[in-house]
Ligand binder design. Structure first.
Ligand code: XBP
Ligand code: MG
Length: 249
């Protein structure tokens, strides 16, 4: 029986990467006087690595052979990331990033039906609450029984740890939950934790591998603007009835 919906955040609740995180990283680089600049294409490559601090290290190691790491490079990464988080949460507070189609509708329906809601994400906790407060509702962080985020587990996605941590907190088994993801790193994490997973793709993840998904969709769909299914001919709206149908099939 379905008891909980567990949501990824970046790319799933909202398209936060290109016009949110990327912009905030670049602002932090400028603030600290670095000549690093992540354009839209390069950022797509950097998304191979989850976690902002991890992503910056990956960039230096794989894309900047010319950069000489200072002795305090670890501190620099931590400071850059703090600055980036400040820029990102400010951008969200300006109402910068809307939720993806169907997200609010499905969350509202799940709440009315008494389902548990949870978050399992790689991003920093402050980023999650800022997005929920400013794009969903001011009190919406309280709607989620668990917000599992950031460095709370050491091994970030694609490791399953963040989903396992969230389910442990909820006292629920994988069979009682469904996960919502947008990326190949995300579904590897959720499937690794044994969760059935619905995928909504975005421009960065459209060509990712999602072999093991319940459904791969353009988005969750709204009445009048239905989702398009990418793994077969089908259009519609993801609501609890449709989810129950997929889970039974
Ligand atoms: C999200 C991420 C995050 C954000 C940056 O992955 O990879 O790293 O890009 O967040 P997922 P921080 O959607 O799979 O959770 O800078 O706060 O780490
Ligand atoms: Mg994601």
């Amino acid at each position: 029986m379905l008891k909980a919906l567990l949501f990824d955040v970046d790319g799933t609740l909202a398209d936060t990467e290109r016009d949110g995180h990327r912009v905030a990283f670049n602002a932090a680089f400028r603030d600290i006087g670095l000549d690093w600049d992540w354009d839209v294409d390069l950022y797509g490559k950097l998304l191979a690595v989850t976690g902002g601090k991890e992503r910056m290290r990956y960039y230096v190691d794989h894309f900047r052979p010319d950069y000489v790491k200072p002795a305090d490079f670890d501190d620099l990464v931590v400071n850059l990331h703090k600055t980036k988080t400040k820029h990102y949460t400010e951008l969200l507070a300006e109402g910068g990033i809307p939720l993806r189609p169907g997200v609010r509708r499905l969350i509202d329906e799940a709440r009315q039906a008494g389902l548990t809601l949870g978050i399992a994400t790689t991003t920093t906790p402050d980023n999650v609450t800022a997005l929920l407060r400013h794009s969903l509702a001011p009190d919406s962080p309280d709607w989620f029984a668990v917000i599992a985020a950031g460095d709370i587990v050491q091994a970030k996605k694609p490791a399953p740890d963040i989903y396992l941590w969230a389910m442990d907190r909820l006292g629920l088994k994988a069979e009682e939950c469904v996960a919502f993801e947008d990326s190949c790193n995300g579904i590897r994490s959720s499937r690794g934790a044994g969760l059935r997973t619905v995928v909504t793709v975005n421009d960065y993840t459209r060509d990712d591998e999602f072999d093991d998904a319940i459904a791969v969709l353009s988005d969750l769909g709204e009445p009048g603007t239905p989702y398009r299914r990418l793994d077969r001919e089908e259009a519609g709206v993801v609501d609890l009835a449709r989810l129950a149908g997929w889970l039974q099939a």
